[in-house]
Design a protein around this ligand. Structure first.
Ligand code: COI
Length: 355
């Protein structure tokens, strides 16, 4: 990245929201980070500026063909006022993998992380400390060249905005009810499912709306070819505890390589709990339910950390999991990950990075 990071401070700071009633992604801090890209010049002009609307040409390619990627990670404040990020290098590595899939130029992961740290330091009063809250960090890149030809843009903007957040789902850690999606698919092999790009989320909304109309919070996604094998739940990775063993769909190119997913697999291995990444069909899950070995199910992601599943509906076969209550393992994983993130528990894997 060319040049030094410039900082333009806001003259009058915004009024902060009530940190005990944040919801998710509704409030934004005083400043944001912007880095521009132009072919021939590379990434340049990194700057922290007051948070404000931006002006783009109506022909900016992101509006027409969706050439864009994003990330999500969190900052936490410890009781002794240190600021911690959770595994940020994994998010920037994944951003570059998404960039590769969307034909967006690679970023310098270390330099962007340094610029992010400068932004977080400036905004540290925006980090809430109430249980279950954090400062959600949303890096994203958009194609900004004005052109209606379908090709890779020659100009981009990388931006990072920050949002103090509470629980992702209104249910919090209350188990959610999920419908197994049998009409729509989220991703196909060879598609963009493993990339964090807007189109995957845009195309998921219709299924979510229809699930809500039938009384469910979200959908369980099956594979795009046979519509049999489990892939994700809502916008999260998914885990099942069956007969003492934890199963999660293997990364197959259409499933997102989640940072929380990876952290959970690492913790389970450390605890000596068998964990297997493999193909898992909805029929196999239903069979486990019928023979009484289906113990727990939960979604995992940065936003919610753990979202326990209390009920799964598959073509009117209802599976009530752990009496609709949060499972012991789900709770232990949530407590351990949030404990490490907030500096309350030891960090044996060196996951947290101090700002
Ligand atoms: C996450 O669980 O972190 C997600 O990806 C959800 C996000 C799109 C809000």
């Amino acid at each position: 990245m060319e040049g030094q990071l410039k900082i333009e401070r806001r003259e009058v700071l915004k009024e902060k929201p009530d940190f005990s009633r944040l919801g998710f992604g509704q409030y934004f801090t005083d400043h944001m980070l912007i880095i521009d890209y132009k072919e021939g010049k590379g990434w340049h002009d990194a700057r922290i500026v007051p948070y404000a609307p931006i002006t783009l040409d109506p022909a900016a390619m992101v509006f027409h063909y969706g050439q864009t990627v994003f990330e999500g990670l969190k900052a936490f404040k410890t009781t002794d006022n240190r600021v911690l990020l959770f595994r940020p290098e994994k998010n920037f590595a994944r951003l570059n993998r998404s960039n590769d899939r969307l034909t967006i130029p690679q970023i310098d992961e270390e330099q962007v992380l340094e610029a992010l740290k400068a932004l977080i330091s400036l905004e540290k009063d925006w980090i809430p400390t109430e249980p279950g809250t954090s400062l959600y960090i949303r890096p994203f890149i958009i194609a900004t060249e004005p052109c209606l030809g379908v090709r890779a843009s020659h100009e981009y903007k990388l931006m990072v905005i920050l949002s103090p957040v509470g629980a992702y789902y209104a249910e919090g850690l209350e188990p959610v009810h999920i419908n197994v999606e049998s009409k729509y698919v989220r991703a196909v092999r060879g598609g963009t499912g493993a990339a964090k790009t807007a189109g995957n989320y845009a195309s998921s909304i219709k299924a979510q709306v229809e699930a809500k109309e039938s009384g469910y919070s979200q959908v369980l996604w099956l594979d795009g070819i046979e519509q049999r094998y489990i892939e994700e739940v809502g916008s999260m990775n998914v885990f099942f505890k069956i007969d003492g063993q934890v199963l999660t769909p293997e990364l197959n190119g259409s499933i997102l390589d989640g940072v929380t997913r990876d952290s959970i697999i690492t913790l389970l291995k450390e605890w000596g709990i068998p964990v297997v990444e493999r193909k898992l069909s909805i029929e196999e899950l239903h069979e486990a339910y019928q023979n009484g070995t289906f113990e727990e199910a939960f979604g995992t992601g940065t936003a919610a950390v753990i979202s326990p599943i209390g009920e799964l509906n598959w073509l009117n076969h209802k599976m009530i999991i752990n009496d609709g209550k949060i499972g012991e393992l789900s709770q232990k994983l949530y407590d351990t990950i949030t404990g490490i993130q907030t500096g309350k528990l030891a960090d044996p894997f060196h996951w947290v990075v101090e700002v």
